[in-house]
Design a protein around this ligand. Sequence first.
Ligand code: NAP
Length: 388
Amino acid sequence: MASSRRSVALLGATGSIGTQTLDVLRHEPERFELCALSGGEQLSELAAIAREFSVPRVGVISEAHRATLADLLGPSVEIVVGDEGLRELASTCDVVVNAVLGFAGLPVTLAALAAGKRLALANKESLIAAAPLVEKVRRTPGAVILPVDSEHCAIHQCLASSPGETGYPDVRRLLLTASGGPFRGWSVEQLAGATKRDALQHPTWSMGAKITIDSSTLMNKGLEVLEASALFGIDTPRVDIVVHPQSIVHSMVEYVDGSLLAQLSSPDMRLPIAYCLGLPVRLDHGYGPIDFTQRVELTFEAPDRAAFPAIDLAYEAARVGGAAPAWLSAANEVAVAAFLKDELRWCDIVAVVAGVMDSYVANALDSLEDLVENDATARRLAHGILLP
Ligand SMILES: NC(=O)c1ccc[n+]([C@@H]2O[C@H](COP(=O)([O-])OP(=O)(O)OC[C@H]3O[C@@H](n4cnc5c(N)ncnc54)[C@H](OP(=O)(O)O)[C@@H]3O)[C@@H](O)[C@H]2O)c1
């Protein structure tokens, strides 16, 4: 008899979003069935997840990883390898959670949509880099993107009261909230001395290392502006950023009549993950409630765009269009990886990205080959700035 449970592929299962998705699945065994997994370097963690959820298919990044995982799991589990493996896994289940880190998540996004799946998208980098390609495949019957990013999930919920016409003409603007990160209020002079330890201390969210650093430079918010525009078809001049240090208002939609709709909950990524898995049903879990018996303070302020130039770089990449967002994201990945390996100072992360964007030559992004080439060029330029 066919299972009535919704089948889920969780790609990037060993990371921060992956682990929190597993938490949601543990609480809903009657509703969901984990049918495919993937991971990167953490093979014993991946094997443990496969065993716990009796997952029949697992993806790894190389033949060497396949051999190690096969030793851990035995012959009953099918192991697939590389981008082709990710594409296979993303084409089979009802819901595909893309929790892979960075540009490596691209095969998942494209394959899930091309196969007409529900894509619960945490991996913003693939959407930002490949927006014109994603636009084509998301028209596949059945394909839908539900945003896991808390800001975009909030906007998705707020837009539910809109007729959903192309471009949302009744929406004046989207307001993406930002915690401001660990360096909110720091001057340019203070930022010059920011350390890795400082940058990894996010005030309200516990996340993977790359997005935590992106949050400290506010590049994450810049990337989210591009993400919101691609997701909702709203041009970036209609996407604003407002700093909200408490991370309770996850984002807002302002309508032309002046109404402002917001989604509020405690900062817990399991809420947007559960929303994306369960829709149209809202799952009954305890992740989001706010305790109003305690004093709840909600404050808002403008971001300091001079101290955090990543924001303007992202708006400029959106204005230029074409492959510029792909360059921005690729250069940022290289710079953040270098910073995490202690090869770059915090204050030089965005300078590297700016240096790469200065070299951008307008070019179209019509095919996957174009995209891969652009990604490689931006990375090469970023490495060139790191190692002159
Ligand atoms: N964390 C959050 O709260 C949050 C919130 C909003 C959006 N996001 C987005 O969600 C995505 C994942 O973020 P995260 O914080 O969960 O990252 P993370 O903790 O670093 O986890 C990344 C996952 O991707 C896997 N991975 C890394 N490199 C890979 C590669 N080259 N090929 C295949 N798999 C690879 C990792 O495997 P191993 O660990 O086994 O190496 C891990 O399973 C990012 O795009 C991020 O921007 C995250």
